[in-house]
Design a protein around this ligand. Structure first.
Ligand code: AMP
Length: 485
């Protein structure tokens, strides 16, 4: 059903970067976008365009260029795109345009029914999408709010009772609100399933089915997923009508803007290696802000404490932390008060930190696809990022799996001074030459510039360059919804 970008591009002979693919699932017809498309070309309301300009976006990313016209035209859509490609604006902007006709400044809740529902697998992603929705709709009378579990329901109940047109929710908490008759989906016109693959992985299918059954059949449905697995295709067959399929990146590929390096190091020396890596970054005039991934909650907490003992400003974020703790840690990280955010995969999805300079894998994930999601925290929307994997001999098989999935060998580099290196065990192997990736994630691939190598005071957050919300509401302010600025 679905062609990959590579297949389509090789058959048309058009360069990948210039030709992100669009495929109608029924006809398998392929169309090319105009060479340069701007936000003005979409015919969005000036109130939306103003908000987009204020975000500092000049050019739509490929997923935006490809999806927005179809969503505006009313088609169902399957979007293959990872977090970091600009997919949130790809669905939020046309949604705002489509429901803008309902915008009302009346205080009556009856004038503010839920018109668009976005379901996400994690609280973090829900908050992130809601921040975007609030920013893009801030010059309109539409209301956006977010509800998710793990926090008191009271504040969310108040916001839902007042009325909200764009609701972003995690499935379980939404069902709670529906159960207590606080949320009503009978007027929903557009449904978005964001990171649908993750929702299925997390066992949300029964919840999704219950929720979708409550939404009018006459609706538009958009499904975004990093991969189109057979399960995702089945979900789409059940709930989407002749969807257009949009793919902007080769499945399971990492952004071209991410420089990936492997350091072979024994497990006992990994913590020291992180300290050395950060010292080397300081010497090179690079930011020390990084996300460090671990495989277990316990390991995450231990590593964070150990790094703090080594004088690194670290914080941990994992499933055992309360929502309040997570929010505080994330805020501290975003403000620069924490430079190393130690995280498990739970935190991997939905964390949106633009221009994240560095991701460190303290250990490799058991599932190779998680590696792609982890390193997707960096190199977003055209910015440059470093992904460093600390690998010991026992992780060789995991490294092989990752390289197989990415269809490339990762560069093994010597460790920064002062950490004993291990040699890489010989690999069985496939293709020995490191393949150069050229994924059409973005129109503009990373080009090193003087500004990316400027010295950064670790106490201050680095000046953000791409896609920054000038005055983003603090995550702590989002527990229930948004007030118009
Ligand atoms: P997303 O994939 O939606 O999580 O977006 C990743 C990042 O890209 C976010 O920080 C967005 O603010 C940013 N972004 C989205 N669209 C654009 C654009 N057209 N130009 C530059 N940055 C963008």
């Amino acid at each position: 059903m679905t062609n990959t970008a590579t297949e389509i591009n090789s058959s048309t002979g058009v360069s990948e970067a210039a030709n992100p693919s669009v495929t109608d699932t029924d006809t398998a017809a392929t169309t090319s976008p105009p060479a340069t498309i701007t936000f003005a070309d979409f015919g969005l309301d000036p109130k939306i365009q103003k908000a987009v300009l204020e975000q500092g976006y000049n050019t739509p990313t490929p997923i935006q260029a490809q999806s927005i016209p179809h969503v505006l035209a009313g088609s169902d859509l399957m979007g293959a795109a990872q977090t970091g490609t600009g997919k949130t604006a790809a669905f939020v902007l046309p949604i705002i345009q489509k429901i803008l006709r309902h915008a009302s400044n009346s205080a009556s809740p009856a004038r503010h029914p839920i018109r668009a529902l976005v379901l996400t697998p994690t609280r973090e992603l829900a908050v992130q999408v809601a921040e975007n929705a609030a920013n893009y709709s801030k010059h309109t009378d539409l209301r956006a709010a977010v509800v998710y579990g793990g926090v008191d329901m009271k504040e969310q109940v108040g916001i839902l009772r007042n009325g909200v047109e764009i609701l972003i929710a995690t499935p379980g908490r939404l069902l709670d609100h529906i159960g207590s008759k606080v949320a009503n989906l009978s007027q929903v016109e557009i449904l978005v399933l964001d990171e649908a693959d993750r929702m299925l992985d997390m066992g949300f299918l029964p919840d999704l089915q219950r929720i979708i059954d409550l939404i009018p059949a006459q609706r538009q449905t958009l499904l975004f997923s990093a991969t189109f697995s057979p399960e995702i295709k089945k979900l789409a067959q059940s709930y989407l009508r002749t969807p257009v399929t949009v793919e902007v990146a080769r499945q399971n590929a990492a952004a071209d803007t991410v420089k990936q390096v492997v350091h072979m190091v024994s497990s006992a020396d990994k913590q020291r290696a992180i300290v050395k890596v950060l010292e080397a970054r300081t010497r090179a005039g690079l930011s020390r802000q990084c996300i460090i991934f671990t495989n277990s909650r316990l390991g995450c907490a231990k590593l964070s404490r150990a790094l703090e003992r080594d004088g690194i400003k670290a914080g941990a974020i994992h499933g055992d932390k309360s929502q309040g703790e997570r929010t505080l840690t994330l805020d501290a990280f975003k403000s620069g008060a924490i430079e190393a955010l130690v995280a498990t995969d739970v935190a991997a999805r939905g964390l949106d930190i633009p221009d994240m300079p560095c991701v460190i894998n303290h250990e490799l994930p058991y599932n190779a696809e998680d590696f792609i999601h982890r390193i997707g925290r960096t190199g977003r929307a055209g910015s440059k990022g470093d992904a460093i994997a600390l690998v010991d001999a026992s992780e060789k098989r995991l490294l092989d799996d990752i390289e197989k999935l990415m269809k490339r060998k990762l560069d093994v580099k010597p460790l920064p001074e002062g950490v004993p290196a291990q040699s890489r065990p010989s690999s069985s192997s496939y293709g020995s030459a490191p393949a150069k990736m050229s994924d059409p994630f973005f129109y503009k691939p990373y080009e090193p510039s003087a500004s990316t190598a400027s010295t950064t005071d670790p106490a201050k957050p680095e000046e953000k360059k791409v896609g920054i919300t000038p005055a983003k509401p603090a995550v702590g302010a989002l527990l229930g919804g948004f007030k118009k600025k």
